[in-house]
Structures are given as C-alpha cells and as structure tokens.
Design a protein around this ligand. Structure first.
Ligand code: NDP
Length: 328
C-alpha cells in the first residue's frame, strides 16, 4: 500500500481531494518506481487540486507536478534501486499520476539524477518553479544579458518562479528590481537579493505609448498580460525578456514596436517538454549558483493534508516563495 492525495470527481462534476491508502497495483504503468520524499506546490498544482483547469483528463487523480525521491525498483538500465532522482514536467501530475504520494511510477526518460550537492528537500524547494527560473536566466545569458548591461527586472517576484529568479540573478551579480503586489514582502525580497522593489501598480496600467524610457537589460516575467506589454516597452535596446508565466493573464496587449525599433527579444520558456540535456545543465547550474541560505528562506513546509487549501491560495497569488511538501 502507499499513501496519496487523491482528487475525485462527483457525478455532478465537483472535485474533492483527500488523503487515501492505495494498493501499489493502482500505480500507473512505468518502468521506474520511486519512493517519493518531497513534492512541492506550483501554480499548476493549484489547478489540478481544484477543478483541473482542463489539465487533468481522468479521475481519480493524484496531482503533484514534481517530486524528488529514491528509486525503489527499475526496469531501465539507467537507474538502480537507491538512486536519488528528480522529476519535473512531462505532464506528470496532470495526465499521469504525480508526486503527492509516497510512491510514483514513471517513465525513466522523465527522470534526472539528483544533482550533486543538493538534497531531495532542496531540489523540491527549487521544484518546477525554480527550475523554470533557472531556464529563464540561462535564456537571458544566451542572449547576451550580463550584469554589466544594466538592471534586470523580475515580475511576480514574491511567488515561486520570482523568488528563485531574484536569488539566482542577485547571486550571479545582477542588480535586480523586483515587482510585487505585496509591499509587506519587501524585506523578504531584499533578503533574497533584490536591490529595489517596484510596486505592481506601476506596471498594471495598459500601454499608452509603445515605447517608454529604456530601463531593463533583461527580465524574467511570471505575470504576462498588461505587465509584460509594459515591460516590453521599457526594455533597453537589444534587451531580452524571458516569458515564463501568466499569473496576471494569458493575453498580451502589446505592440510590435519594441521588437522593431529596439531589437527587443521575447524568449519563450517551457519547462515541461525540455530535452534531457538542458535539464541536466539547468540542475547543475542550480546546484552551483543558487545560494542555499536564500533557498532555505523561501521554504514553507507542508504535508499532504495541507494541499487542498494551499492549492486555492496559490491560484489567488497568495503563496510566498516555495511550499515544500514532505509526503511521508
Ligand atoms: P506563484 O503563485 O508562486 O507566483 C506568481 C506571482 O505572480 C504571485 O506570487 C504574485 O507575486 C504575482 N501575481 C499573481 N497574480 C497577479 C496578477 N493578477 N497581476 C500581477 N501579478 C500577479 O506561481 P509560480 O511562481 O509557481 O508560477 C508563476 C507563473 O509561471 C504561473 O503562471 C505558472 O503557471 C508559470 N509557470 C510556467 C512554467 C513554464 O514551464 N513556462 C513552469 C512553472 C510555472 P507578487 O505577490 O510578488 O506580486
């Protein structure tokens, strides 16, 4: 038997979640079985814990889009029992049962070895959100954004992606401006490395002019919509924006003028289908570049039973930093 947080759907279409004991035979097909130690809470988990938001196809469902743990059984030559592994993406926790359980059965192709220097708890403090923040920073680097080029902006800064992006960029020597709608979290963001705080309201009004004063060499954007449109118009000549999220909306009420007149780059960041080599490279960079004291400051511990309430919180943008779930 194993323990899982199971989401079920009533005949009237309503979903409800509860912690249950299930036989191991209920695990989905896969060639590696992992004894899960930690999972986390991401925006998508909030959706999968509630109505599903179109992500979950069948019920009963075990959410949890990421996990870290120890291989218990493997039919794949790349992994043997006792190996420490991490999983993010591949639609695990959406169409495949995920990490909110003491066991997960998955395809070996979806796993990466736990990077040297990280514990499974630290890996999940990073989780999908932090892994994606690293991919965004690497994309900015690949497009020539360096600390010497000027200030960088992080939107949705007090959330999971934002918190890790602030800490990473500051540790890499960038001067970081952090956009937040929660001014009370200014000290938290400064402790992560933000040099200054920008009020969400300053970037919440629709664009009036396609170009504003050139302010940012780079940006990690977790918000989208009006805020991304405003940021595009504020980029320095040749600057780059890594578009990660849609916490403020999936639309983009912008013009193409920043691309045409300032050579601004809008870089799409996907973490879900990322090829294996990129994943290994990003996790190695996380282990090398993310200060562990700052990571620790982002952690809010939780258990499986806390999940449903926390799912609603993250959808309202009320979670600070990274929620780490000890599933045992
Ligand atoms: P969080 O909820 O932890 O963070 C989002 C932050 O955005 C909030 O904390 C808040 O920050 C800000 N925010 C929330 N609502 C609004 C709003 N209406 N307008 C402006 N700002 C808002 O989520 P995550 O960090 O886990 O994820 C952030 C986004 O990135 C999500 O949209 C998620 O789906 C996406 N994502 C994408 C991935 C990919 O592969 N591309 C992978 C992981 C996440 P503050 O309070 O500081 O203003």
């Amino acid at each position: 038997m194993f323990t899982a947080l199971v989401v079920e759907k009533d005949a009237d279409g309503k979903t409800h979640a509860g912690v249950k004991q299930l036989p191991l035979g209920d695990l989905p097909p896969g060639n590696v079985t992992v004894a899960v130690e930690y999972s986390t809470l991401n925006y998508k988990d909030g959706m999968c814990l509630g109505s599903g938001g179109g992500l979950v196809r069948t019920y009963p469902h075990v959410p949890g889009i990421d996990f870290a743990g120890t291989v218990e059984a493997s039919d794949d030559p790349r992994y043997v029992p006792g190996d420490k592994v991490v999983l993010t993406g591949w639609r695990v926790g959406e169409v495949h049962w995920g990490g909110y359980a003491t066991r997960a059965r998955v395809n070996a192709d979806w796993l990466v070895p736990l990077p040297a220097g990280l514990t499974t708890r630290q890996a999940m403090a990073v989780g999908t959100a932090g892994f994606t923040a690293m991919l965004a920073v690497m994309a900015l680097e690949d497009h020539g954004v360096t600390p010497e080029r000027g200030e960088v902006l992080v939107t949705g800064a007090a959330g999971g992606v934002g918190s890790v992006a602030v800490a990473l960029l500051a540790a890499l020597g960038y001067r970081v401006a952090a956009v937040t709608g929660r001014p009370e979290l200014g000290d938290y963001l400064r402790d992560l490395g933000a040099a200054r705080i920008i009020a969400r309201a300053d970037l919440s009004e629709a664009i009036k002019r396609p170009l504003e004063a050139e302010a940012w060499a780079g940006c990690v954007d977790a918000v989208g919509s009006v805020m991304l449109a405003r940021v595009l118009g504020q980029m320095q000549y040749g600057g780059s924006v890594a578009a990660v999220g849609l916490a403020g909306g999936a639309d983009l009420p912008a013009t193409v003028i920043p691309f045409l007149l300032r050579g601004v780059n809008l870089l799409g960041i996907d973490s879900v289908m990322r090829p294996y080599d990129d994943r290994v490279r990003a996790w190695a960079r996380i282990a090398a570049d993310l200060p562990m004291a700052q990571l620790e400051a982002m952690i809010r511990p939780a258990t499986l039973a806390d999940r449903p309430g926390l799912g609603a919180e993250i959808l309202k943008g009320q979670v600070q930093g990274r929620v780490v779930v000890d599933v045992n």
